[in-house]
Design a protein around this ligand. Structure first.
Ligand code: GLC
Length: 657
């Protein structure tokens, strides 16, 4: 151990519980090895020496687009590349990934999160952590927990029942913790009336004792409400530096409110983390060139973009065809990432789409068209590039509508009315209300906030070099009217999570609310067929579900096969179906493969507030395999009959009526 607790004075210990400046940990004038941290999930965001900007680093696709790959390997490859740049620039801890659940599509930071589904968010969050920490950089899983809106994030408290908390909002963290992240960052908001930074139930009882997190727990920036109370909740590090914090600790210590044991417990976790960083620095090596990093950014785009609509198979665009590209972006640069602490100064300015198309040699003619010109030369297809900006999707701000800006919608209409075929390339961080124009266009490709390689990736999809294989990791509703109630923000500033576990597709299916594009939706240039469903029983709650997936086309492509489970007659409100397993499968043209997925006890359980634990009810359960939550291809049932005394009684013995 480089340094022991006994080497530190009480004052030094208290200082160690609070950051130094914005991005560093306290080092007791060199007595403690120096440790630094930086954002962010989509690329390293490190301030320039004069702190007027951030240094140029590779801008990767946002987590919302990466999530649409449904591919842990893709996510891991990207986070490993970001870790590579952390090593190059001497950053020990990356403040990423954010894995909060997308409770509402309005949340301004949805571009920065993976999904509305806990299994998908947790699985990809875990892969992201693995990618970072296998390179000897530490990850920070954030924001623990239930940070699902940006407005009033520092004032609002969320009323969430314990079952909803465990099944929806804690579940991604429970899964990501399997990767043993070095750090967790607590959220700004409160839960059930107490700010998370000092919430002993959330941090101590759940995160430490129930989920077993032993690493360093830091606050979000300025999220600590009172430093001594946060210490008692086992919050180890207040970020960033804050003079009040030190004074609050000193006073609370003199008042006997906090003890040496509580101080030493946090100091021990921090020193263990410092030691880990010292060890990491001895072995971490930069391994990637800028060219390799750029290629990783492009490959991540091609594995993630979602083909939302493709009427008449207008995509891929035919070789030798002609196209017009109408751009709604000044200098043709789409938004690469959302606004706020995740924003990266890109190492490379993204290529210009119509230039790339011209250079591809795939087209006979490509005309670029500025918004101002309304006269369109006759071409085979009109392509419109539209989307949100950091003004629409950013930290500290929630959207009030899912609609695109009027200029974007008008551009789409203009092109659609003057072309036989129209393709929309949509750059947004999260769901968009496409209702005003979707019926006027033939194809829509969701390019997400795709980072600096987004245009290179899109061209590969437009020309058919790569078949799109992305699937939506969040539902796209039809209109604002269909969206979950934001909950009341009253003078007391709380939000009631009235919908309980019915979040995302769970909510729309529970309410039989039709959606524009369902969770798990994504088209391909190939045609996938599902057959031969088999369910092998290993115990009452352990099964292997296998089926044959066939690529009935002449195109090599990948498919994300999804497995959902739904209880037939539950005694609590349960979602119609819940994602319980998935696998992305690459199949050559005409190739078939047997896919096997496993279901364990947790696949059938709900969180019972009677026993404060997961409970499996004897019942019939639907086993559904499909290409999306709304495109089930194979289905069967299993009957679970656990021993009588594992079950609550669900019917009164003397039913008089
Ligand atoms: C921000 C964000 C958090 C980020 C931190 C440092 O407010 O909520 O995700 O890592 O502060 O920038």
């Amino acid at each position: 151990m480089t340094i022991k607790i006994s080497d530190l004075t009480l004052e030094e210990k208290m200082h160690l519980l609070i950051g130094s400046g914005l991005w560093d940990m306290y080092d007791a004038d060199g007595k403690i090895p120096h440790v630094s941290m930086n954002d962010g999930p989509h690329g390293l965001r490190k301030p320039t020496p004069d702190r007027t900007a951030t240094i140029p680093c590779h801008a990767y696709p946002t987590l919302s687009l990466l999530a649409s790959s449904w591919n842990p390997e893709t996510v891991k490859t990207v986070s490993s590349a970001i870790a590579d740049e952390c090593i190059e620039h001497g950053t020990d801890i990356l403040l990423a990934p954010g894995i909060n659940i997308k409770r509402t599509p309005y949340c301004g930071r949805n571009f920065e999160y993976f999904s509305e589904d806990p299994l998908l968010a947790g699985t990809l969050g875990k892969a992201y952590v693995e990618g970072i920490q296998e390179r000897n950089v530490l990850a920070t899983v954030k924001h623990f927990c239930a940070n699902n809106l940006e407005s009033y994030r520092s004032q609002a408290s969320n009323d969430i029942d314990d079952r909803t908390l465990h099944e929806i909002y804690l579940r991604p963290f429970e899964i990501a913790l399997e990767a043993k992240p070095g750090c967790i960052m607590c959220s700004y908001n409160g839960v059930n009336g107490v700010f998370v930074s000092e919430n002993q139930y959330i941090l101590k009882t759940i995160l430490r004792e129930k989920l077993g997190f032993e690493g360093m727990l830091m606050s979000d920036w300025y999220a600590v409400t009172e430093r001594a109370r946060a210490l008692k909740a086992t919050l180890d590090l207040q970020m960033p530096e804050d003079a009040y914090g030190f004074e609050e600790l000193k006073q609370a210590y003199e008042d006997g409110f906090i003890t040496d044991a509580e101080i030493d417990a946090s100091v021990a976790r921090i020193l263990a983390l410092v030691e880990k960083c010292v060890e990491n620095r001895k072995v971490s090596r930069q391994m990637l060139t800028n060219e390799e990093r750029s290629q990783i950014a492009i490959n991540a785009v091609t594995d993630s973009v979602v083909l939302m609509k493709n009427e008449g198979d207008v995509l891929p665009l035919k070789k030798g065809s002609s196209a017009l590209v109408a751009a709604c972006y000044m200098d043709y640069t789409p938004t690469l990432g959302g606004g706020g602490s995740a924003n990266v100064t890109p190492m490379n300015k993204p290529a210009v789409l119509h230039d790339l198309m011209q250079k591809s040699g795939h087209f006979s003619k490509v005309i670029e068209n500025r918004p101002s010109i309304n006269i369109y030369e006759p071409v085979d297809v009109g392509i419109v590039t539209v989307g949100n900006r950091v003004e629409e999707e950013r930290e500290s701000w929630d959207r009030t509508t899912l609609r695109l800006r009027p200029v974007d919608e008008q551009m789409i209409r203009n092109v659609a009315r003057s072309h036989k075929k129209t393709v929309v390339i949509l750059y947004s961080g999260s769901a968009v209300d496409v209702s005003p124009w979707i019926d006027e266009v033939d194809a829509v490709v969701w390019a997400g906030f795709g980072g600096e390689g987004v245009q290179d990736g899109i061209v590969k999809v437009l020309t058919g070099e790569v078949s799109p294989s992305g699937k939506l990791a969040e539902t796209w509703p039809i209109s604002d009217a269909d969206i979950i109630d934001q909950g009341e923000l009253r003078d007391g500033l709380y939000v009631r999570y009235k919908e309980g576990v019915m979040v995302g597709y769970r909510y729309y299916e529970d309410g039989r609310i039709p959606v524009r594009f369902p969770f798990g939706h994504g088209l391909s240039y190939a045609k996938f067929d599902y057959s031969d469903l088999k369910i092998e029983k290993h115990s009452e709650t352990d099964y292997t579900v296998s089926f044959t997936l066939t690529n009935n086309s002449n195109v090599d492509a990948s498919e994300v096969a999804q497995l959902y489970v739904g209880e037939i007659a539950p005694h609590v409100a349960r979602p119609v179906k819940e994602l319980r397993a998935f696998e992305k499968v690459f199949l050559r043209a005409a190739e078939s493969k047997t896919v096997s997925l496993t279901l364990d006890r947790r696949a059938f359980a709900y969180y019972s507030m009677n026993i404060n634990d997961w409970y499996v009810e004897n019942d019939i359960y639907r086993i559904m395999v499909g290409a999306s939550s709304a495109d089930i291809r194979l289905e069967d049932t299993v009957i679970i009959e656990l021993p009588k005394y594992t079950q609550f009684t669900h019917r009164h013995r003397n039913i008089m009526t």
